[in-house]
Design a protein. Structure first.
Length: 184
């Protein structure tokens, strides 16, 4: 039986030991990740923090809930949230679950053996459907990053980066992420 958003929000707020998503009316717990996965997410978040103005952007790791038009709620490994958006939502819904409907400048998932296939088949298409400006999928074992960048017509271009590539998200001017440093 599908559960309501209210039940999902209660579980997500009360169960502090787990990260919960709501997919097709069912609770989905994000499984524990490998150290390789967690470190790549930390390195990416740290690189973003170091380059973004904290008055303009928050860098989130494993807590924001991104809502799709279908009513699914996904928790990305890393995402960048404009401060004005976060403050507006906080004022509208204080002390409630941090849910974002609006497209974000950058959303990233990091491959792990337990979630890689699910991320590619389910979460990445959902982020494109949401209209997120840039979507990254890092594969630490194979040392590449696949990125989708939203175009003015709503479509996405896809690029795969390897080696010593330096990636500058179009939605975050001035930010430069060195791929070699993420996988060091």
């Amino acid at each position: 039986m599908p559960i309501s958003f209210e039940t999902y929000a209660r579980v997500a707020l009360e169960d502090t030991d787990a990260q919960w998503e709501l997919v097709c009316g069912r609770l989905r717990q994000k499984p524990p990740m490998t150290i390789q996965h967690d470190n790549r997410a930390r390195f990416l978040a740290a690189a973003l923090y170091a380059q973004l103005d904290p008055r303009m952007y928050f860098v989130d790791q494993n807590s924001a809930k991104l809502r799709t038009a279908a009513g699914n709620y996904y928790v990305p490994d890393v995402c960048v949230i404009p401060v004005d958006l976060a403050v507006r939502i906080e004022r509208l819904r204080p002390y409630q679950l941090g849910v974002f409907d609006e497209p974000l400048p950058l959303v990233a998932e990091v491959w792990s053996p337990s979630t890689g296939g699910y991320d590619i088949a389910t979460k990445l298409p959902a982020y494109r459907e949401r209209g997120d400006a840039e979507i990254w999928f890092l594969h630490p074992a194979e040392r590449w990053l696949r990125g989708w960048r939203r175009q003015p017509d709503g479509s996405y271009t896809e690029t795969r980066y390897r080696g010593n590539a330096v990636i500058g998200p179009a939605s975050l001017p001035g930010v430069q992420i060195a791929l070699a440093a993420l996988f060091a």
